[in-house]
Design a protein. Structure first.
Length: 156
């Protein structure tokens, strides 16, 4: 038996923009289905929002997302809390972070440079005690990403 897990992100009106952004970040393809595509009358508020969305990339990245019905945060502000670094510790009230690990710093840096566009940097991408590359940011859609070079792959 083979199992997989895929992060499913919940947005309040910005799922389309987020999925299209992630498709460019990860060189993937976005699949988007609107509520209207599944029978909601087009004149009902929210019919143009995403009921099912997915990004798949050749590198194996897969994310899913949808717009929570009845909500529309046009400004795309984070709705899941905040994260910051303080005295060497991560302080957060978020229930999860999205982790992205790469086998080399060069590979990781490519994704970092794309994700950082419009993001709040919590910890700049740099060498750490446990990795040749570690960084943390909250992207423009409110998702906090932890990026690192896998320790077993890191060249020191």
């Amino acid at each position: 038996m083979t199992l997989t897990t895929t992060t499913h992100l919940n947005f309040r009106g910005t799922a389309r923009q987020a999925l299209e952004f992630y498709a460019t970040v990860f060189d993937g393809e976005a699949t988007l289905t609107r509520y209207a595509d599944l029978g909601m009358p087009a004149d009902v508020p929210g019919a143009d929002k995403i009921v099912f969305g997915q990004v798949s990339s050749p590198a194996g990245i897969r994310l899913m997302a949808y717009d929570v019905p009845g909500h529309d945060d046009a400004d795309g502000q984070a709705i899941a809390g905040a994260t910051r670094r303080e005295n060497g510790m991560t302080i957060t009230d978020r229930t999860f972070f999205q982790s992205l690990s790469a086998s080399s710093l060069d590979e990781l840096a490519r994704y970092w440079e794309r994700l950082v566009d419009g993001a709040e940097v919590i910890e700049p991408l740099a060498a750490s005690a446990w990795s040749s590359g570690f960084g943390m940011l909250t992207d423009r859609f409110g998702v906090t990403w932890v990026l690192d070079v896998r320790a077993e792959d890191a060249v020191r």
